[in-house]
Design a protein. Structure first.
Lengths: 284, 320
């Protein structure tokens, strides 16, 4: 880091900036290295891998991707179905509840809301054992439903909190105007609150997708049928199946990364809000 | 949908609003509100509150799911007190925590300082995006890739050591009890892709330019500015990060499970893995419930302590 003082000459400034760019490039390269190495190796056969460890070689073995896809395709189906169901469930519960909490006055409003907020204190991992036994007693282990439920329950808590904070900031004048025009409660919910809340809906959806995609222990413990595994739990199984076939193995890792990468590329604002919103207290 | 009911709400739209709470109108019997909240509380009651209570309840019993579970009082807690493996796992957790809040934050801080030193805003945005891009990969992929890099025979790390002539350092990183924990900690090096970096960067970007100009007029160089301006202004964000790290580290487990499974010789054992092992390999459900209740209690106590400290500090700042 060179001096940034006002008296620095243009030349010193420029060389300082170059140094910063070089340092940042190095850090970025180290950070991305495992993923770049994954991409490179995913296009090699084992012979190519041993012969030219450090550089890409022709021909590119694209067939590694189809080999890997055949194995992880069921995991994708499960993860997408679970994520979709969890988003729908979370939004159904949290938008309605947040609307009521934010816009209605009734006995016990604060106490009931505290009951919801209190659950943020309970770390997911500490109710994992009793939740597992409950699912076992309900006889729904090894189904897709068992994968959805914890995400709906957890998402509804965070979703209600985020959504309520947002709905409280919508000007009351909008609701008053609608009421004068004869709009009912559900009508205001549907025609005023939901359209205005789309950013929060987006954030909640992304938190849910990221949560489902990264959830590891729950699917690992509750699912025995390989076809019902989610991507995260399935990849571990996939890894043990292909431990010595580096090309298809890394191709599988790359494929498993695509959905979150796409979300990151095209919705990076929501993605980051989602990552941070997923943590209690990060709303500063 | 329960939302058909609240039409009743329109019954008093034109009623003059009480001046104190103009935005909320009082209803005599707010059944519709309760009805609309029912689905949420049904789900939370069955799948959040019931498991939490059931876990604590059964921690006092020899829990045999599906069979009689005799009440054993505090026996499980006494057993936990004498469980060396359990406390050893907390020692590992302590190492993990210390590493996270020092080395694993120093590099993101350095990177954030470097990014705001860039004069071009487009370059700032570019590097911010590239630096956090690893966050977009699933955690399992990251851990499995690092696991491959640690491979004793074909891993990238040993290959690098061999190619620079340091063959003697090449090592079975995850198989040796002396290096397994270190290997676990270095997953994700240089640790820039994460919440700490984003928070450091956002804070630094939020500092008004005038502050920096004043510092440089006073003759402060870059390092001096870092200590005297940047760090103090970041204090409250760092406290938030300490809070999140404290809570987060107690849930640490999946990377250890994938990389080492808690081994070798329990060198990377952490509470979550111990708890799962007791339940799913040992089938001691009551004892597992005890461990998970203890973990919960520790989380709550630590949250309260950290929030308390945070609040005290804030009051100090205000009084100045």
């Amino acid at each position: 880091m060179s001096s940034r003082s006002e008296t620095a000459t243009g030349g010193r400034r420029r060389s300082g900036q170059t140094l910063v760019v070089l340092a940042l490039s190095l850090i970025a390269f180290i950070g991305l290295f495992p993923f770049l190495f994954m991409l490179m190796t995913s296009l090699k056969t084992n012979q190519q891998y041993y012969a030219t460890f450090w550089r890409p070689t022709l021909p590119l073995r694209l067939e590694n991707y189809s080999t890997a896809w055949q194995q992880i395709q069921p995991y994708f189906v499960t993860s997408l179905l679970v994520a979709a169901a969890a988003i729908v469930g979370t939004l159904l519960l949290s938008t309605v509840a947040a609307f009521v909490f934010a816009r209605y006055e009734f006995f016990g409003r604060k106490a009931l809301f505290a009951l919801v907020a209190l659950l943020l204190m309970v770390p997911g991992i500490s109710s994992l054992i009793p939740l597992f036994v409950l699912m076992r007693d309900l006889g729904i282990l090894n189904t897709r439903l068992v994968l959805v439920i914890p995400h709906v329950a957890g998402g509804a808590v965070l979703g209600t909190l985020l959504m309520k904070t947002f709905v409280e900031q919508i000007p009351q004048a909008l609701f008053d105007a609608a009421r004068v025009d004869g709009a009912s409660g559900p009508r205001m919910f549907w025609s005023i609150m939901l359209p205005l809340s789309l950013p929060v809906v987006g954030t909640i959806s992304l938190v849910t997708v990221i949560g489902v995609w990264n959830d590891f222990f729950w699917p690992l413990l509750t699912i025995a049928d390989n076809n019902l595994r989610t991507v995260s739990a399935g990849l571990q199984f996939f890894q043990t199946q292909n431990a010595t076939e580096y090309g298809p193995l890394f191709a599988g890792y790359a494929l498993a990364s695509i959905p979150l990468l796409l979300l990151f590329l095209f919705m990076s604002k929501y993605f980051l809000a989602g990552l941070q919103g997923g943590l209690p207290g990060s709303g500063r | 949908m329960p939302m058909t009911a609240p039409t009743v709400e329109t019954a008093a739209p034109a009623a003059p609003a009480p001046p104190t709470s103009a935005r909320r109108r009082r209803r005599r019997v707010p059944w519709t509100a309760y009805l609309a909240l029912l689905p949420l509380f049904a789900v939370l009651g069955v799948f959040a509150y019931y498991p939490a209570v059931s876990g604590i309840w059964h921690s006092f019993s020899d829990w045999q799911p599906g069979f009689d579970s005799p009440w054993v009082g505090f026996d499980n807690y006494v057993a936990m007190w004498h469980d060396d493996l359990w406390w050893q796992s907390f020692r590992n957790l302590g190492y993990i925590f210390v590493f996270q809040v020092t080395i694993a934050w120093a590099l993101p801080l350095l990177a954030a300082e470097l990014v705001i030193s860039l004069r071009s805003e487009r370059l700032q945005f570019f590097f911010r995006t590239v630096l956090i891009a690893p966050m977009a990969f699933p955690g399992v992929v990251t851990v499995l890739l690092w696991s491959a890099m640690y491979d004793p025979n074909n891993g990238v790390i040993n290959r690098v050591l061999q190619s620079v002539g340091l063959d003697s350092l090449a090592h079975n990183w995850t198989g040796d009890p002396n290096t397994a924990l270190l290997a676990l900690l270095f997953i994700g090096f240089p640790f820039v892709a994460g919440l700490p970096f984003l928070i450091f960067l956002a804070t630094l970007q939020g500092i008004p330019k005038e502050v920096f100009e004043a510092a440089s007029l006073d003759g402060a160089n870059r390092l001096r500015r870092f200590w005297s301006v940047d760090l103090p202004l970041m204090a409250s964000q760092v406290k938030l990060l300490v809070f999140l790290a404290t809570i987060g580290v107690l849930q640490y487990g999946f990377a250890a499970y994938l990389l080492t499974g808690g081994g070798p010789d329990n060198a990377t054992q952490v509470p979550v893995l111990r708890m799962l092992g007791v339940a799913f390999q040992g089938s001691q459900w009551g004892y597992a419930a005890t461990l998970s209740s203890a973990l919960f209690l520790i989380t709550v106590v630590l949250s309260i302590v950290v929030v308390f400290i945070k609040r005290g500090d804030k009051a100090d700042v205000k009084s100045l």
